[in-house]
Every structure is written in C-alpha cells, then in structure tokens.
Write a protein that binds this ligand. Structure first.
Ligand code: ADP
Ligand code: MG
Length: 258
C-alpha cells in the first residue's frame, strides 16, 4: 500500500437543517481497499456517500483525494469542470436503484460508450468494441448491445450499471446497496461478480449495505454507523466475529438469529 491514502475523510458532518445526516466521520481508504459501511435504515450511510460523491456539500469536515498525479486535493476545492470529470472518469457510483445510475432511454452499448468517451475515446468502432467487452464481463449477452435497459431485468440493469461505472478504469467506486431489492439468487451472483471485478481491477471501493453478509463477502474493513455516527470500525472479520460495541453486537446477533 502506498503511504498517502487514496481518500482521506476527516470530521465529515452533514445536517439537513436541524436534522442530523451524519456526524464527525473520519477514515482513510487506501488503493485496492474495500470499506463496507453498515447500519440500519436512517443511520446516515447514504448521506455520507452523497457527501463523498460531492452531490451534497457537507456542513463540516474535509475530504482529500489523491489524484492520478499523486497530489492530494480537497474535493470541495476542485473547480466544477474538474470535479465533474473526476466523478465521471476516476470514480464510479453504483446506485441502489439502477434506473438512477443509467440512462434508461439509451442503448446498453451507449450507456457504457458514453463513459468511455469521457476518457477520450472517439473512434466509433473502438467505443462499441469496448462496450461489447464490458457487456460480456458483466454477463450480458452482447446481442443486447442496442437494446435499452428498459427491457432488462433488475439484475441485468444492475450489471449494466456496474459496466458503465467500471468502463473508464476508475480508481474508486462507491456503491449504495448494490444488491438489495434483487432476488436472493440474483444477489448471490451479482455479489460474486462484484467481488471478482473489484479484485481483478484492484479497485478501492466503499460499499454501503444494511446486509452484514454482503459486507463480509466484499470488504476488508467495516464501519458501523448508528444515528449518523460511526460506532465501531476495524477489519471486517474482527468486527463481525468479535464486536466490541454494544450496538454492533446487537446487529451481528440479530443477523445470526435471522
Ligand atoms: P441511510 O442511508 O443509512 O438509510 P440516510 O443517510 O438516508 O440514512 O439518512 C440519515 C438521516 O438523515 C435520517 O434521519 C434521514 O431522515 C435524514 N435525511 C436523509 N436525507 C434527507 C433529506 N434530503 N432531508 C432531510 N433529512 C434527510
Ligand atoms: Mg440509504
């Protein structure tokens, strides 16, 4: 691991008016590392992710990201164009609801190709070939390349969203409940695919999930949130096998009991 973290979060806090979204969140993420953020509904997971993706402006705190040139930059100090380009190329964001992360009226190939163009590809044949390769990687028949995701199943849409987000060779991917809302068998296959791609590409990832089994399968480290705050964090296996915080103990035991 390199010395400077890829992402460094300090004291990140977000209020919606008087309502707390998340408070005083700090962590480092290194290249190739997968962090799971777990906690029950309303614990602040999505708020945190939206602050990291710069969609929300935090009320306090700092986020630094090490750019490809090695310089750590304050995310919220980037110019608008630079920030947008970063989010479309160096970062991916896989949303819980695939329809929010895809262009539903655009073909599957177009959904991937659009991102490939954002990193400078201009040759139609090459863009289409890259899109086709990506469809194959996420187990979508390449014969569907000209179809829009409207006719796709939930699992296929989510796989297409993953292809769209990974096609630019990003260094960091945020995922918000990437497998929830899908049938259990579809979830298992999708989890396998995510794990395989993250490893293969050496991606750093932050995966928000309310499902501890998902965290166990995908992540190296885990952060448990409750009411906007991080109550426990550490190596995933250690935290889940031997939680020290009372709330984490409750979470783990309720999963075991289920
Ligand atoms: P999670 O993703 O863990 O379910 P959220 O980040 O969505 O949690 O929510 C954390 C807290 O912030 C909750 O109390 C929620 O009601 C509140 N919240 C989330 N989004 C908004 C919003 N747009 N306006 C006001 N309050 C919000
Ligand atoms: Mg959420």
């Amino acid at each position: 691991m390199s010395e400077t973290p890829l992402l460094s979060v300090r004291g990140l806090t977000k209020y919606y008016g008087a309502r707390l979204g998340c408070a005083d969140i700090s962590f480092d993420l290194h290249e190739g590392e997968v962090l799971a953020i777990v906690g029950e509904s309303g614990s602040g997971k999505s708020t945190l992710l939206s602050c990291l993706s710069t969609e929300l402006v935090p009320s306090a705190g700092e986020v630094h990201y090490r750019m490809r040139d090695g310089m750590a930059r304050d995310l919220f100090g980037l110019g608008e164009a630079e920030r947008r380009l970063l989010m479309r190329t160096d970062w991916g964001f896989v949303r819980q609801n695939a329809a929010d992360g895809l262009r539903m009226g655009v073909s599957a190939g177009g959904n991937v190709g659009e991102r490939v163009m954002a990193i400078g590809a201009r040759h139609y044949g090459k863009i289409r070939a890259t899109a086709s390769d990506w469809l194959e990687k996420v187990e979508i028949e390449t014969g569907r390349i000209d179809d829009t995701p409207r006719g796709f199943s939930g699992g296929m849409r989510q796989r297409l969203q993953i292809a769209r987000n990974l096609a630019t060779n990003p260094r960091l991917v945020l995922m918000d409940e990437p497998t929830s809302g899908l049938d259990v068998s579809v979830q298992a296959r999708l989890l396998d695919l995510i794990r395989q791609l993250v490893r293969e590409l050496g991606l750093a990832a932050i995966i928000v999930t309310h499902d501890l089994a998902v965290a166990r399968i995908l992540s190296h480290r885990i952060m448990v949130m409750r009411r906007g705050r991080a109550v426990e964090s550490g190596l995933t296996d250690q935290v889940l096998d031997d939680p020290s915080d009372a709330y984490t103990q409750l979470l783990v035991s309720s999963v075991l009991a289920a």
